[in-house]
Design a protein around this ligand. Sequence first.
Ligand SMILES: [Zn+2]
Length: 289
Amino acid sequence: MPRRLFAPLALALLPACRSISVEQFAAAARNSGVRCVAVEPDMTVVSPYAPGRTAEYVDLFRDSADAIFTAFGVEGTDLSVYLEPVDMPGFRIDESGDHFELEGVQRPAHNGVVGLAGERRGSDGHVIVLYVPKDQAVRTADGREIRGTFRFDQGSTVRHELTHIAANLAGLEGPTWFDEGIAIEISSMRVEGGVLLPGRGDSLSLAAARRIHAEHSLEELLAWQERGDRLHRGDEDVFRAGRPLAHALMLFLLQRVQGDTLLESLRTIHSMSAAELLGLEDDWHRWLG
Ligand SMILES: [Zn+2]
């Protein structure tokens, strides 16, 4: 079953009746830290940023969605995007106020999750929640407040979450290794001129898979079940080995299957039984070296 998601602002609006006034919407949005809502023909982006920075995310989502939906042979969807600000710890300024320090800067995340995608509840369409950096403020010794902005290239996370939606629309969903394997592969690609193009080829996740595959069986990977909503609430730990291993299995299978198009290969892989996959376990481990 596809995951169904509520998003933060939607939660704030839930107690309200089915139709709400613009004033009620604005009040709920303001209480949720929303500064801008961008309304596009098939996409709504709810953002904690001013219009200029919000527009950068709108462009990123639109360009990526066009390319990924085309690759999956699906029409678009009515997409709601919630940019959810999270604290970015690790920005400090020293006593004299003339020296700053950055420590442990990481991708913006909530309970280890950088984004979520699913079907929208209550109406047709899909939802993406993307965690984005909250602007920070530090106070200097002489009492001045300095505001700081973190900028992250979030293109790979956007491609990852859009891939989950494209796969859902194409009827190519589940199990978890399949969902994550293809989302990671497409997140490593690039979008140019509206087209999805191969990325770096080898990747950090493949290197990680090479290091750890001997400690894990294919059976364990195939049995992996992850629930985004449980991760979001912190009720479930991330299976850390899962993502690199799922990506490695997907790459291995894509090389073996050699369909005319990516979509054709994915359909073939999606239809393989667990028994068929387990029969390839030794080859897969050998391929990883
Ligand atoms: Zn994912």
